[in-house]
Design a protein around this ligand. Structure first.
Ligand SMILES: Nc1ncnc2c1ncn2[C@@H]1O[C@H](COP(=O)(O)OP(=O)(O)O)[C@@H](O)[C@H]1O
Ligand SMILES: [Mg+2]
Length: 324
């Protein structure tokens, strides 16, 4: 029997619907349930072939539990090692190298110094920074947002250097991205699930929360939608996410990737609506079953991004040189 588990927090609609959907398919030898965590002992395997992680971004204990689960063979979706390392600035860097358009973006050193650091800790930084170069590249208005954040927290629109510096002072130790604003004619959020399952959702970020997935006359431009789908696949395969959402703002017909570091994306029926909910429940169930079937004993069963294909392992030297 191969078990599929789902680990979740406060969300109420998706986890049970997912469990019920997997079980309703009556696939021989496969069953789904809510993960049960008890004593977590080092290098002790879990009973799950697959775990869908919806919460470890908020619970460090769960992240450590999942790394142990991954090491001992569970296919943890998403890869907890990669998720621990990833952040939005790297996402943008990778997007550029893969030919996916992104807004002009820089990263800013935090306004307050990290705990237990002094001025001396920053002797490698050139002060003052070349702000003019930043303003020429990013332009105003711009968006400023945490490089490792989500849920629209600490996202600012800034209109001038003075406005930027004033708002930056509010951000404390957060490391912020400063990004060109894309004034868009269309906006999309796209679910991505391993196996290149993509679902494009027209989205209106300027609407109140409960109406953001309600868009009148969404575009039917096939070429544009095909591009959005292609970029979604490129980004998620490149990064190595099994379950993600990718946001695009379209300007002059070009989709710019805005936010694609959402590895526990909103899947609540009350915000995404019935149709999108049905898609994500069905396809997540299919993906998890596929992964359970492909699960192999005695090895790790994780997804890694394409860019990690060239892993460098230093040669073992027989002797080391003594310092002179
Ligand atoms: N560069 C940008 N151009 C236009 N709108 C943006 C830009 N960056 C962010 N936004 C707006 O701000 C919202 C929140 O930013 P986002 O990057 O998605 O952060 P979060 O991870 O907190 O959701 C987006 O949904 C979008 O509406
Ligand atoms: Mg977002």
């Amino acid at each position: 029997m191969k078990k599929i588990g789902i680990l979740f927090g406060m969300e109420n609609t998706f986890p049970q619907a997912f469990i019920d959907r997997v079980n309703s398919k009556n696939v021989k030898g496969i069953v789904a349930e809510a993960v049960q965590v008890d004593v977590v002992e080092q290098a002790d395997p879990t009973e799950y072939a697959v775990i869908i992680d919806r919460i470890s971004q908020d619970v460090p204990f769960y992240r450590a539990y999942l790394k142990n689960a991954a090491l001992t063979g569970t296919a943890v979706l998403n890869n907890p090692f990669w998720w621990s390392a990833d952040e939005k600035f790297f996402n943008n860097c990778l997007a550029k190298t893969m030919g996916v358009p992104v807004p002009n973006t820089v990263i800013l050193p935090s306004n307050s110094r990290p705990d237990d650091t002094t001025e001396q800790s920053f002797r490698n930084m050139k002060f003052p920074m070349d702000w003019e170069r930043i303003f020429d590249y990013v332009k105003f208005p711009a968006y400023m947002k945490p490089h490792a954040g989500g849920g629209w927290k600490s996202v600012y629109k800034v209109t001038s250097p003075e406005d930027l510096w004033a708002k930056h002072r509010e951000t404390g130790q957060l490391v912020m991205l400063l990004q060109e604003e894309i004034i868009f004619e269309h906006y999309f959020r796209c679910y991505y699930l391993a196996g290149d399952r993509v679902h494009i959702m027209p989205y209106e970020p300027r609407n109140p929360h409960h109406l953001r997935y309600v868009v009148e006359n969404p575009t039917k431009d096939k070429k544009l939608l095909a591009k959005v789908e292609e970029y979604t696949k490129t980004l998620c395969r490149g990064l190595g996410y099994d379950f993600n959402t990718v946001e695009f703002a379209v300007r002059d017909g070009i989709p710019y990737a805005i936010d694609f570091c959402n590895p526990a994306p909103d899947a609540d029926i009350h915000s995404v609506g019935q149709e999108n909910f049905d898609w994500i429940v069905e396809n997540a169930a299919e993906m998890a079953i596929e992964r359970a079937k492909n699960h192999k004993e005695g090895q790790m069963n994780l997804t890694w991004g394409k860019f990690i294909s060239n892993i460098f392992v230093p040669e073992v030297k027989q002797s080391t040189k003594k310092a002179k």
